[in-house]
Write a protein of this length. Structure first.
Lengths: 191, 201
């Protein structure tokens, strides 16, 4: 069963085989959660987004066409769902607007696993940059934050991001450049 | 200054595309400390972003989602069965309602045209004026003021103006245009209110 191709997996799901649905969820949860965690600013929102994405995918499973990879289709659903979940989350309102304010536990998750440096001074500087950058990313407008994280953290090309978001590639490039510029200003101001 | 800002845009674009800086931009960065510092900041930001790792999915997340997905799939199958079994009925009902609506529309058009032609041929109004047509051809009931077959609500409506015009036998087509004359109590509504005012007293 684990060796099923995407097409076989979807066909088995549509036949009503429960093990196929379980395999679908287990196979793609890590990837979809990573995407959702990049977009959502709270860990619980990321989990909610993954769950909602799978439910949406099951509802629309007949619409998937084997011409596109199943993972890309699921990522598209997840990106859009995670944006909605993050936007409607009232937890966002409670976060601090100040870069200097202490951040809640979940807010620095995106950069906290950065590779450690051997030089203590460099490590301290790097950790400082990491925390400032995490705060700066949190403060970016949603469209810039999504573009920047998809490009530089998930390694997607501007064209792929455009496809996932349903936006023109040119718009995505604009969001990337503006997001990068905003990050530079916010991080640079504190140096 | 424009050279500096242009250089930084080149740096941003190169970071965006993951491409190398041109030799001209690199030469500028070696000679301009301000641009070099900003370029380093940008590179540092991108490097930090790329080095970051998203948190792993919590243990048990997939296990929590699977039952929900199965329930959703079952619900979808039940809806599909329902839709498939009732689709012929629904399509027949839709087609029937379209036919019915067109028939009603055609019938209404026929009745209205008949009423209009009857109104233009004033000498023979007879009983062709049903309740719905009374406001359109008010002159028809006027000639039938005592008629008992007319609906009870409309007999007085046309009877009131008929008292003013009854002695004049011939020019019946002008009757409706004169109906506003006896109307006095309601100034806001013009000639269109004549039938309703006739009913109130």
């Amino acid at each position: 069963m684990p060796s099923l191709t995407d097409q076989e997996l979807v066909a088995a799901c549509l036949q009503g085989r429960e093990s196929a649905y379980a395999l679908l969820v287990e196979r793609y949860t890590p990837r979809l959660h990573r995407i959702a965690a990049r977009i959502c600013r709270h860990p619980q929102d990321a989990e909610d987004a993954v769950q909602e994405s799978f439910l949406q995918a099951v509802r629309d499973l007949r619409k998937w066409k084997p011409t596109a990879p199943l993972e890309a289709w699921l990522v598209t659903i997840t990106v859009r769902t995670a944006q909605k979940v993050d936007q409607r989350s009232n937890r966002v309102a409670s976060r601090s607007d100040s870069l200097d304010a202490p951040l809640p536990d979940g807010n620095q998750r995106e950069l906290r696993d950065q590779a450690p440096s051997t030089d203590p001074a460099a490590a301290a500087g790097s950790a400082d940059l990491t925390s400032r950058l995490a705060a700066a990313i949190e403060d970016l407008p949603s469209k810039y934050r999504v573009a920047v994280t998809m490009r530089f953290q998930e390694g997607l090309s501007p064209k792929e991001i455009a496809e996932h978001l349903g936006l023109p590639e040119r718009t995505v490039r604009t969001h990337l450049l503006r997001g990068l510029k905003a990050l530079k200003e916010r991080v640079g101001d504190l140096e | 200054m424009t050279v500096c800002s242009g250089s930084l845009e080149h740096v941003e674009l190169a970071l965006l595309e993951g491409s190398e800086l041109s030799s001209a931009v690199q030469a500028h960065l070696t000679s301009c400390s301000s641009c070099a510092a900003q370029a380093e900041t940008l590179k540092g930001i991108v490097a930090a972003l790329q080095a970051s790792q998203a948190p792993a999915a919590p243990a048990g997340l997939a296990a929590r989602i699977v039952p929900l997905v199965l329930a959703e799939a079952q619900r979808g199958r039940r809806q599909n069965v329902f839709v498939r079994s009732f689709r012929p009925v629904a399509s027949f009902a839709a087609a029937f309602s379209v036919v019915l609506a067109s028939l009603v529309a055609a019938g209404g058009a026929l009745v209205v045209s008949a009423a209009l032609t009857a109104g233009s041929r004033n000498p023979a109004p007879e009983t062709t004026a049903p309740a719905t047509k009374a406001p359109v051809t008010t002159e028809a009931p006027a000639t039938q003021a005592p008629a008992t077959e007319a609906p009870a609500t409309e007999a007085p409506a046309t009877a009131a103006p008929a008292t003013t015009e009854a002695p004049v036998p011939t020019p019946t087509p002008d009757l409706p245009r004169r109906t506003p004359e006896p109307v006095s109590p309601d100034p806001s509504e013009g000639e269109s209110t004549a039938p309703t005012e006739g009913t109130s007293p």
